[in-house]
Design a protein around this ligand. Sequence first.
Ligand SMILES: [Cu+2]
Length: 69
Amino acid sequence: MAQTIELSIDGMTCDHCVNAVTSALKSVPGVADATVSLAGKFARITGEGLDAKKLIEAVREEGYEAAVR
Ligand SMILES: [Cu+2]
C-alpha cells in the first residue's frame, strides 16, 4: 500500500542541499518519490513499506537533521 511520510529537515541552505537530500531519500528502499522544499524545510516521501528511521538516517548521513513532522 502506498504511503506518504513527511519529515522536517534542518540545515539546508541551497539547491545543492536539496539535491543531496532528495537523492539520499530516493536511495532508501521502498521510496518511489521524494519532494524536498528548501523554503519549507521539509520533505514529502511517497512509497511502499517506508521506514521513517531509515529515511531520517539517510538524511543524517548527508549531514542534515531530520525528524518526523
Ligand atoms: Cu547547500
